[in-house]
Design a protein around this ligand. Structure first.
Ligand code: CP
Length: 358
């Protein structure tokens, strides 16, 4: 079964095709209005969402399909202790495809292990958010017309900002892309991100100085400081106003800069920036519906094909043993029956669910 857990589950060719379909949907929505008649999407949201859940639901309705699901873990049987894997096996009895958001890292992968329907990761803790990345890629393609030879500034909470991790993974496949990762030292990207960039020989810098980086950027990807991921409220209060983008700070930016933000924002982009033609974030949110329409069509079509492997089964780098992941945000810390699995690469063992080094 083909799932979308990590953006790298899609080849660059598949991403190009999704973007082409999304652009065609934008141009000819009527041609897609009946494509999912008789199909159901389940939205399984264990964590709050506005854009992702509603754009998934709007996407399925605009394809002529139906939607079932829940938007609060307290209203599902997870509140009684059901595992994500059992939940998804049940949902497979009622729906043709599912999208899951969960507060634990690796939960969608854990849920997908035995799933008979395609599962889409709609955000797992501070780990990944691949459909936001598809949204970002469609936006970059529509705003810039290309993915290569761009200097991409990523600013804010790069430690817990799951959209950043997925976007870097996706953009690292294109030639001549340079990353400028702008954050307080405490909120730098997790170690697996620079490790991956070094392995690929890609150019990146880590800095805390947004103003110094600004004149060089083609894309500025702002992110919110993720209050809900901090265990120490004082630390959040100390860091929450680290970056606030105002019109003054854009004086030295390129005229063709594109400002993206996955949203929601708190105060990191002043509303005074919204009228700047370089502000793309509301167009970006709309693009999310079209790319999710393209993704639903793609995964339902793939579900007809035989021979796709389940989750990480057959991955020769994966070893199974009884060791416990030491990341408290990992799904394996609350679901005792999950197979313990680690990916061994470059002499390091990383938990398959959350990618933390073991
Ligand atoms: N960008 C995003 O994931 O927004 P929501 O949390 O509102 O879904």
């Amino acid at each position: 079964m083909k799932h979308l857990i990590d953006i790298l589950d899609l080849s660059t060719q598949e991403i190009d095709e999704l973007i082409a379909v999304a652009n065609d949907i934008i141009a000819h929505p009527e041609s897609y209005a009946h494509r999912c008649e008789g199909k159901k999407l389940a939205t399984l949201f264990f964590e709050p969402s506005t854009r992702t859940r509603l754009s998934f639901e709007a996407a399925m309705y605009e394809l002529g399909g139906h939607v079932i699901g829940f938007s609060d873990a307290a209203n599902s049987s997870s509140a009684k202790g059901e595992s994500v894997n059992d939940t998804l096996q049940m949902v497979g009895c009622y729906a043709d495809i599912a999208a899951m958001r969960h507060f634990k890292e690796g939960a969608p992968l854990a849920a997908a292990v035995k799933s008979h329907i395609p599962l889409i990761n709609a955000g797992d803790g501070g780990h990944y958010h691949p459909t936001q990345t598809l949204t970002d890629l469609l936006t970059i393609q529509r705003e810039k017309g290309r993915f290569d030879h761009l200097t991409v500034g990523l600013c804010g909470d790069l430690k817990y900002g799951r959209t950043v991790h997925s976007l870097i993974a996706a953009m690292s496949r294109y030639e001549g892309v340079r990353f400028v990762m702008i954050s307080p030292r405490e909120l730098r990207v997790p170690s697996y991100v620079p490790e991956m960039l070094r392995e690929k020989g890609l150019r990146y810098e880590e800095t805390d100085d947004l103003d110094a980086a600004m004149p060089y950027l083609d894309i500025l990807y702002m992110t919110r400081i993720q209050k809900e991921r901090f265990s120490d409220e004082k630390e959040y209060l100390r860091l929450k106003d680290s970056y606030i983008l105002t019109p003054d700070r854009l004086v030295n930016a390129k005229a063709e800069l594109s400002i993206l933000h996955p949203l929601p924002r708190v105060n990191e982009i002043s509303v005074a920036v919204d009228d700047d033609p370089r502000a793309c974030y509301f167009r970006q949110a709309l693009n999310g519906k079209y790319i999710r329409m393209a993704l639903i069509l793609h995964l339902l079509e793939k579900a007809q094909e035989k021979g796709n492997s389940a989750a990480f089964a057959g991955d020769k780098d994966v070893v199974f043993d009884a060791a416990v992941c030491n990341n408290p945000r990992c799904i394996s810390t609350i679901e005792q029956e999950l197979p313990r699995a680690f990916r061994v690469r470059g002499g390091k063992r990383r938990c398959v669910y959350c990618e933390c080094e073991a």
